[in-house]
Design a protein around this ligand. Structure first.
Ligand SMILES: [Zn+2]
Length: 353
């Protein structure tokens, strides 16, 4: 630990140099089991993926703390941003789109991106509840107002100051062609097992992407489901290997299909889980079986024996100071994960080098 502390001090003392100009910053914001990840380029351009919960949800009962939108705004300001250039909403579940209206009302946002119309309808004969996609989607559209609003289909691209985002699955469809360098048969496709759990029609409609930053490749599939994950790598791999994966669906067991993980083999995986949501033991086992380093936003209290090492957990057991995970991605493909709670940091070189 002494060595790590010294490294942290050196990092603080070094002036902004070539290394900093090389680094894409990725901040997995703690929105208590929701999703909100901010990407910031060295030039100060930004992409936010998802907005966490509405103000009255997402915290411990009776003490929710700052809203997800306020946590996002505080993070953006700390990164020196005066606006978020692109907001991508992966799908219309409350833990992803819930903070959008508040955020759009409080902080400058440029272009808004999603998978198109909400597909999750209330059960026949029932009205939508207050947190249902059918309730949240029109509210979200109203909040977008006159801002540019773009739908990304599989294969569509977005260039954020050199961070090249390519849509993979969107609205339940997958790309017709593999990414450059991909296209080989997926790993273990013959061992694939079924899992029909959707968790709502919007999950398999999630807008997922692979992004390149120089030689680095990052995978973010939001709450993409097991069967959709299989379609992305079986029978042929449409994605290719990745250096960083944001674990799907908060690390829950009904996503993170072993055929996906075995095919893309992330060097490091960050799990945006809550204390009692996601980061399931099967996901932890699937990732570690591929040699992926696992970092978590929260200790998973339901499965104490299947957690990342404590230094790699932003908010450990019994503590929630709302720490994020911070990730630096170099153009060469190395990925540095840092836990702001303790300064613990590990740099993972690109695999195969
Ligand atoms: Zn979710």
């Amino acid at each position: 630990m002494r060595k790590l502390a010294a490294a942290a001090i050196m990092a603080l003392a070094s002036p902004a140099g070539a290394a900093d100009r090389d680094l894409l910053r990725v901040i997995v914001i703690d929105v208590e089991g929701g999703a909100a990840t901010l990407y910031v380029t060295p030039g100060g351009r930004s992409l936010l993926v998802d907005t966490g919960w509405p103000a009255n949800m997402g915290g411990p009962p009776g003490q929710p703390g700052p809203s997800s939108a306020d946590r996002i705004i505080a993070t953006a300001r700390a990164e020196g941003l005066r606006r978020i250039d692109y907001l991508m909403v992966s799908h219309y579940h409350v833990d992803h789109v819930g903070g959008a209206a508040e955020l759009l009302g409080k902080f400058p946002v440029g272009t808004v991106i999603d998978h198109g119309p909400n597909r999750e309808r209330p059960e026949p004969g029932k009205g939508p509840g207050p947190s249902a996609p059918a309730t949240l989607y029109p509210r979200y559209l109203a909040a977008i107002g006159a801002r540019p609003h773009r739908v990304m289909r599989p294969g569509n691209r977005l260039d954020v100051d050199g961070l090249v985002v390519t849509a993979l699955d969107s609205d339940g469809a997958v790309p017709a062609r593999p990414q450059p360098g991909a296209g080989a048969p997926g790993t273990d496709c013959d061992k694939a097992t079924p899992n029909a759990q959707l968790g709502g029609e919007e999950n398999p409609r999630s807008l997922g992407f692979v992004a390149s930053w120089g030689k680095a490749r990052l995978l973010s599939l939001a709450d993409t489901t097991w069967e959709m994950e299989a379609k992305l790598v079986c029978p042929r791999d449409l994605i290719g290997p990745v250096d960083l994966m944001l674990a799907d669906n908060h690390g829950s067991a009904n996503s993170n299909n072993p055929v996906l993980i075995a095919t893309v083999r992330p060097t490091a995986a960050a799990i945006a889980n809550g204390a009692t949501k996601g980061a399931d033991p099967s996901t932890y086992a699937t990732l570690t079986a591929q040699g992926s380093a696992v970092w978590q936003v929260h200790f998973a209290t339901r499965s104490p024996s299947a957690n990342a090492p404590e230094p790699q957990i932003a908010n450990p057991q019994g503590q929630d100071a709302r720490y994020p995970l911070r990730i630096g991605v170099s153009r060469g493909g190395s990925v540095t994960l840092t836990n702001p709670r303790n300064g613990f940091s590990i740099t993972y070189p690109k695999r195969g080098l």
